[in-house]
Design a protein around this ligand. Structure first.
Ligand code: GDP
Length: 264
């Protein structure tokens, strides 16, 4: 009996820290809280424990197989274990974003980032720019994490899902258009950041090479348009998938969870 108890004890203690986690980021109003509430409700009661104020333990919906357990069958304890993950909410407003990006710099068992946006609000310039600026900073943090890595292999990949929420609204842009608009807006963000550095006098004393060093340029491809594809060079795949947490004929979050299943 003792070994069994010991085993249980170790298992219970070890589980919370070893669960893979997904960071939930995005501008405020995107629907992050709504998604957390939905996920929490659907999580099977016995496995649900809240481990930290901002993290909820979630369970992959039935019929979705975690990538790491694709050769196992439902019912197999290892299969069931692999379906569990933490969804970690991070404050998305103003200066609090530093908190979110700081978490990215040293993530513990982070398997991916779900960057949620309101697909209707990115149809207008203000909403689009807010999302693009935040996303730019997140991608730049991931890029720096990759290029600054000490090992030759580079750090473990952290893929990004852009969850284009509120597809139930008729003003919501389809995912393809969300992608095109965000890429264009990020191209602009990049340009104005470089211009800002120039104006601030970094260039005054230095030559162009020094300016290149100094400025933090997202993606490759020189001054041409930014595309999410460029992030693959720095170990980050970026995908855009539509869905809605509320409204419509009920929640449609299957594309997001299918993406999450691939990361577990
Ligand atoms: P957060 O700031 O990212 O946590 O966003 P919330 O979860 O608080 O959502 C902001 C607003 O959008 C709330 O009024 C939600 O009811 C609404 N909302 C969230 N998801 C959806 C959705 O899929 N469709 C629609 N129509 N509204 C949504």
């Amino acid at each position: 009996v003792l070994p069994v108890l010991l085993h249980l004890f170790i298992y219970r203690r070890a589980t919370p820290t070893t669960l893979p986690s997904l960071l939930l980021l995005g501008p405020s109003g995107a629907g992050k809280t709504a998604l957390l509430t939905l996920t929490e409700r659907d999580a099977a009661a016995p496995t649900h424990t809240s481990t930290a104020p901002l993290a909820i333990e979630a369970l992959l919906p039935p019929r979705l197989t975690p990538a790491s357990a694709h050769y196992r069958s439902p019912g197999d304890p290892a299969y069931e274990r692999a379906r569990r993950f933490l969804l970690v909410d991070t404050p998305g407003h103003g200066k609090l974003r530093h908190f979110a990006t700081a978490q990215l710099a040293s993530p513990a068992n982070v398997r991916g980032i779900v960057f949620m946006i309101d697909a209707a609000s990115v149809a207008d310039e203000a909403g689009l720019n807010e999302a693009a600026e935040y996303l730019h900073d997140v991608l730049l943090t991931l890029q720096k994490r990759y290029t600054g890595a000490r090992t030759s292999k580079g750090p473990v990949e952290i893929p990004v899902l852009i969850a284009a929420n509120k597809s139930d609204l008729f003003t919501a842009l389809p995912p393809q258009l969300v992608q095109i608009n965000l890429e264009k807006a990020i191209t602009q963000v990049r340009k104005s950041k470089a211009q800002g550095l120039k104006d601030s006098g970094v260039a005054l004393a230095a030559d162009d090479d020094a300016l290149d060093e100094e400025r933090e340029w997202l993606g490759e491809g020189g001054d041409g348009p930014f595309e999410f594809r460029q992030m693959e060079e720095v170990g980050t795949s970026v995908k855009v998938r539509g869905g809605n947490v509320l409204g419509g004929d009920g929640p449609d979050v299957k594309d997001w969870f299918a993406w999450i299943a691939q990361q577990l």
